[in-house]
Design a protein around this ligand. Structure first.
Ligand code: BT5
Length: 252
């Protein structure tokens, strides 16, 4: 087992992604997982925040995939799959994946993924895959109107340790296959809420309505807009330059 061979369990932190990044810079081998019971500065993509009160699951994995940059984008997109599978296995509901990084139940977000790829000298050095799941979070503690919690969905408290074990097993299985070139796009498509569906995609400041067609090999979502234009939506992970003088993150 690679993913989860070392698991660091923390109380409150600013962001597990920041801790995992700091460890990775110091040479932490891949597979290490950092979890926390709360985050004071949980991060979403492009500067958004991730509400992280007690009861949720917050974890970040150090990965060193040695793959070209386009594969890292696809890896980010497809990593929703093991999260959805773990939820299905434990909660007996079938979640859907909204491209690029949302896992939803009945149209409400229960989990999100933030991958940060750190480059040095133009080359990807490592990737931190951060996953936030509203496990036993009290809905009243979440200031996110479209959120749902798994406790609410299942109608009972989820055993966090069991969930974590299932999730790490699924992530390890997924990552092992991905590194060998197995992309599991068929399985992904079955969980997708974006492929073959009518969707609305934000492109910059614009919202475009259309129908999801397929994923390009780099994880971009290809869709046809209502006026017949073909679009490629990209940009699924945050890029963190690690060249000297440009590193900025909080490590606690
Ligand atoms: C995400 O961003 O969905 C990525 C979330 C990743 C969180 C994990 S937790 C462990 C690791 N450490 C971190 O600091 N981050 C990662 P994005 O697609 O940008 O979605 C953010 C949006 O989701 C917000 O603007 C809110 O609208 C909504 N949101 C915030 N907190 C939420 C929550 N707990 N549940 C559901 N939706 C939420």
């Amino acid at each position: 087992m690679l993913v989860g061979r070392r698991v660091l369990v923390k109380g409150e932190v600013d962001s597990t992604n920041n801790i995992a990044k700091a460890l990775a810079i110091e040479g932490e081998p891949e597979g290490t997982v950092v979890t926390a019971s709360r985050q004071s500065g949980g991060k979403g993509r492009t500067g958004r925040s991730w509400e992280s009160p007690e009861g949720g699951l917050y974890l970040s994995i150090v990965l060193r995939p040695e793959l070209p940059a386009q594969d890292l984008t696809l890896l980010t997109v497809l990593s929703c799959l093991p999260v959805a599978q773990a939820i299905e296995e434990v909660c007996r509901v079938v979640p859907r994946i909204k491209w690029p990084n949302d896992v939803r139940v009945d149209g409400r977000k229960v989990a999100g993924i933030l991958a940060e790829v750190c480059y040095r000298g133009g080359e990807p050095r490592f990737m931190v895959l951060g996953i936030g799941i509203n496990l036993n979070t009290e809905p009243s503690a979440l200031n996110a109107p479209e959120a749902a919690t798994l406790k609410g969905v299942c109608g009972k408290e989820i055993d966090q340790e069991h969930f974590m074990n299932v999730l790490l097993f699924r992530l390890d299985e997924f990552y092992g296959k991905f590194r060998k070139g197995d992309r599991d796009l068929g399985v992904y498509t079955r969980y997708s809420e974006s492929l073959g569906q009518d969707i609305e995609v934000r492109l910059g400041d614009q919202k475009v309505r259309g129908r999801g067609m397929h994923l390009d090999p780099d994880g971009a979502l290809v869709f046809r807009s209502e006026d017949g234009m073909i679009y490629r939506a990209t940009s699924v992970h945050d890029v963190v330059p690690l060249d000297r003088g440009q590193v900025r993150f909080d490590s606690k």
